[in-house]
Design a protein around this ligand. Sequence first.
Ligand SMILES: *Cc1c(COP(=O)(O)O)cnc(C)c1O
Length: 385
Amino acid sequence: MIPYAKQHISEADIEAVVNVLRSDYITQGPVTTQFEEAICAYTGAPHAVSTNNGTSALHLACRALGLGPGDILWTSPISFVASANCGLYCGAEVDFVDIDPQTWNLSVEALRRKLKNAAESGKLPKIVVPVHFGGLPCDLSAIAELSKQYGFAIIEDASHAMGAHYQGETIGSCTYSDITVFSYHPVKIITTGEGGAAVTRSGELAERLALLRGHGITRDPTRMSKSPDGPWYYQQIDIGYNYRMTELQAALGLSQLTKLDDYVLRRNDLASNYAQLLESLPVSPQFLPTDRRSAFHLYVIRLDTDYVRKPHRQIFEELRHSGVGVNLHYIPIYRQPWYESQGFRPESFPQAERYYQQAITLPLFPDLEDQQVEQIVLALKQVLA
Ligand SMILES: *Cc1c(COP(=O)(O)O)cnc(C)c1O
């Protein structure tokens, strides 16, 4: 079975991790700092805070922006559950903005309408989390315009989009957002096994992110409520967590980062091969606006259900039987039983519903071969015939 995603690990990656094991530090230490500096250099953001996974980076981002009970967070329903759960961890309410039928990202039009209604009913969100679905950046400048008008903060969920560009800028520059979050799970663009990071232009937010990553503990006397009892002294001045990244993870990340642009280029090449080969089939790929470079975390197609006779599920199953490890990203978050029990109704999100009935994720990862892409498209042709 050709998997839908797979990490690429080189001998240099392995050596980097082994070197850390032979060193004095194996959790958050000098290599973690180097990795954070390298993330800053790559993205152009002045501050990076590494974490043990992307979900905890989202949680820290919400906490750093002061999200709490009585507040509201909005995100896209076509995402991994973590994009929404981070709001619930903080005791806030979560709601969804329907997707754009072409880019499959959160729809700016739907956002504008929902904000207008929310302003009238006094239920504006404190935070909006645009997700760069499949690696394709959202229309950030339009979302930033709305954030000025309605006063919400922006956390970019860039778990899929390390190495993507928006209007010539690297995702993570935070030109249009307060904080951008990355995931380094093995299926993502680069990996640390498990891992994540939050980047920001704000020194104040960076300080809060770092404080909350480590239990809310400070060793800085200027931040303490009284002078230290002695050299051993530290104070817990907020309630935080243990969300630290290890040196093993950071060493892997640092080594992977040197290959990020190669990975993204290879993913883009494979995606254009797919697009060409799929042209004559009743399927459509994600629409790519010309002012953006996708990191192509995922290669998703939608079945043109006006022309395709077989049910979506049957096509999915037949592809798996023919050795193509297709997947579906994602089940709309509001369809999860936990969210359903909060009263969400599918009818509120017609575009996400339509998407869910048509979407199939085809395999895409740097080591996928051109000839395998042809094989996958051939299998799809046969299944659709
Ligand atoms: C992977 C992912 C996350 C969470 O990342 P983890 O590192 O697995 O915790 C969050 N949001 C999206 C959209 C993701 O795909």
